[in-house]
Design a protein. Structure first.
Length: 271
């Protein structure tokens, strides 16, 4: 899996990351191939209907060793599709248990952040027909996760398809952090500047990806240059900051094209 692009690590005012599924291989093979290109790997983990990519203890040890030798860090993305806000107590308990299983498994990696979805009962701007019940269930789930040891400052609630203010009180009341997904903002029509002004100070992780033919998680060429510079300018004066910007793409071509565009934008800012 040779990389075609020599990425000049260290030119960014943030830790640059990408996903663990850039190459058609396992977690360890991706981490090894990407460690020379990025500072952080987002471990995209799942466990659905008997199918799982959760790493075994040997893989965890190998990932930890790679981090020690390369300076790599890991961001853990909790499985998508879990219903922390469901009114079904059994399903909610299963969702909490899945998160805690991943949390305990990845503890030896000392993750830089955990990415958590507050998924709705349905898609769209209003995530549930019974918003009061949905929010109350999320409060219950978050409290259960924190009581079990999940660190609030490392727990980043991701912006999804609904306006983030619907869950903002939950984040604030529990001192959680935010994962601002810029691709989702463009996909669902939310203003980047508005979200940066309101939430950037609480963001530990940013997801950066573009849209092609109505689908996200593609290279960033669809992001207007003015918007990309608006985002990058927010890191001025943040030298040494440990915030993470994850190029959340899932193939080599999208990653390499995104790296090229991002590096050109960074160089343009300095010239």
């Amino acid at each position: 899996m040779p990389a075609r692009f020599d990425n000049p690590k260290g030119i960014y005012p943030f830790r640059l990351g990408t996903t663990s599924y850039v190459f058609p291989a396992g977690l360890m093979a991706n981490a090894e191939a990407l460690s020379c290109l990025v500072d952080d790997i987002e471990l995209v983990l799942f466990e659905i209907e008997g199918h799982s990519n959760l790493p075994d203890p040997g893989t965890i040890l190998a990932l930890r060793s790679l981090a020690g030798s390369s300076g790599l860090s890991y961001t853990v993305h909790f499985p998508s599709g879990i219903q922390l806000g469901t009114g079904d107590a059994r399903l909610r308990k299963e969702a909490i248990e899945k998160c805690l299983k991943v949390f305990e498994l990845t503890l030896p990696l000392e993750p830089a952040a955990y990415i958590l979805h507050f998924e709705g009962d349905r898609r769209g701007g209003v995530p549930s027909q019974d918003m009061r019940r949905w929010v109350e269930a999320l409060y219950y789930s978050v409290e259960a996760l924190l009581q079990a040891g999940l660190p609030p400052d490392l727990t980043c609630v991701e912006t999804l398809d609904y306006p983030f203010e619907r869950v903002e009180p939950i984040v604030a009341d529990h001192n959680l952090s935010i994962c601002l997904d810029i691709g989702h903002l463009f996909l669902y029509g939310y203003g980047l500047k508005d979200y940066l002004d309101r939430y950037a100070g609480k963001c530990r992780v940013f997801h950066l990806h573009g849209i092609q033919e109505g689908k996200d998680h593609r290279d960033i060429q669809s992001i207007p240059q003015s918007e990309l510079l608006l985002f990058l300018n927010g890191f001025q004066g943040d030298a040494g900051n440990q915030k993470i910007v994850t190029l959340e793409v899932f193939n080599e071509n999208d990653l390499m094209r995104s790296l090229e565009l991002l590096n050109n934008a960074i160089k343009g800012k300095k010239d």
